[in-house]
Ligand binder design. Structure first.
Ligand code: NAI
Length: 286
């Protein structure tokens, strides 16, 4: 009770970030979100116009409240990193303080501290290209947006996290096994994210008593997943071949994040927790 969460990567009501926000809200946490600058205006307008009201309903019948929405672009750590064309871009110029460092400073000014940090974002501009056809630029962009963003978020939010707090990111099994179609260096980005989870768990655990984990989620037809292109196939494949033959709901991932953020998980850190109906356990589909 009384915990405060900052969830980076919420821009609609269908992705994992929204479901995580709901599960944390249902468990009594105060919700702050960080929304990608180019998606912020539509997200805020839709929220204000009640477009998400139905999906805001919590198990007790009340509506999830988002206390504050922060603009965020997690590929930039501070204003010195921002190139001129982004600075002057109409969608970016409409907002201020959206680099990671500035967002952390804003949250500190507004609320002082947080207990839970969630990274639910990824971007790989060349995701639809096989690794052999991926450019250096595309590969590094995938790592920057999907992996270093997690290091940077934790680095900048750690000083305002209360001891006993918890940081959680989302990963994909393509880090460990081949998923043709999950290209552009995104498989590499997730492998690095999982390795970072262990190192960050050590460093943040020793320094600040913060736990760091990642949830390896099964397929969800989110906005980002639709952009990759083979999400319908993955949903069907999972339903046909996983030990549990049902569609995965975003809430199941949200509830796991709420568990990992809670004292019930007080000895779990540096872990990759699969929430995928068990698909990762299979060697072949049957
Ligand atoms: P989503 O589209 O709901 O979430 C991705 C979010 O990242 C979006 O809100 C987008 O605006 C934001 N974003 C992109 N670049 C950003 C940047 N530079 N700065 C700040 N925000 C940025 O899609 P989804 O699928 O819910 O993704 C959330 C996480 O779940 C990602 O890490 C993804 O890799 C992971 N995941 C998704 C699976 C799926 O099947 N949908 C399966 C396993 C993991």
């Amino acid at each position: 009770k009384g915990k405060r969460a900052f969830i980076a990567g919420v821009a609609d009501d269908i992705g994992y970030g929204w479901a995580i926000a709901k599960s944390l809200a249902a468990a009594g946490a105060e919700i702050l979100v960080g929304t990608w600058v180019p998606a912020l205006s539509i997200f805020e307008t839709s929220l204000q116009r009640g477009k998400f009201d139905e999906s805001r309903i919590l198990p007790d019948g009340s509506l999830m409240e988002i206390t504050k929405i922060y603009p965020l672009d997690a590929v930039f750590d501070n204003p010195d990193d921002v190139p001129e064309d982004i600075k002057t871009n109409r969608r970016y110029a409409a907002y201020t303080n959206w680099t990671v460092q500035e967002a952390a400073e804003s949250v500190k000014q507004d609320f002082g501290s947080i207990d839970i940090l969630v990274h639910s974002l990824a971007n790989g501009p060349e995701v639809s290209k096989p690794l052999l056809e991926t450019s250096r630029k595309g590969y590094l962009a995938a790592l920057s947006a999907s992996t270093y963003s997690n290091v940077s978020l934790l680095k900048h939010f750690l000083p305002l996290m209360n001891p006993g707090g918890s940081a959680i990111s989302l990963t994909h099994h393509a880090s460990q096994r081949v998923f043709p179609g999950y290209g552009g260096g995104m498989s590499s980005a997730k492998a690095a994210l999982e390795s970072d989870t262990r190192v960050l768990a050590f460093e943040a655990g020793r320094k600040h008593k913060i736990r760091v984990n990642t949830v390896s989620a099964g397929p969800l037809k989110s906005r980002a997943a639709k952009a990759i292109g083979f999400i319908d196939t993955m949903v069907e494949y999972s339903k046909a071949n996983a030990p549990l033959q049902k569609e995965l709901s975003a809430d199941e991932v949200g509830n796991t994040v709420a568990f990992l953020a809670s004292p019930l998980a007080s000895a779990i850190t540096g872990a990759v927790i699969y929430v995928d109906n068990g698909l990762n356990a299979m060697g072949v589909g049957v």
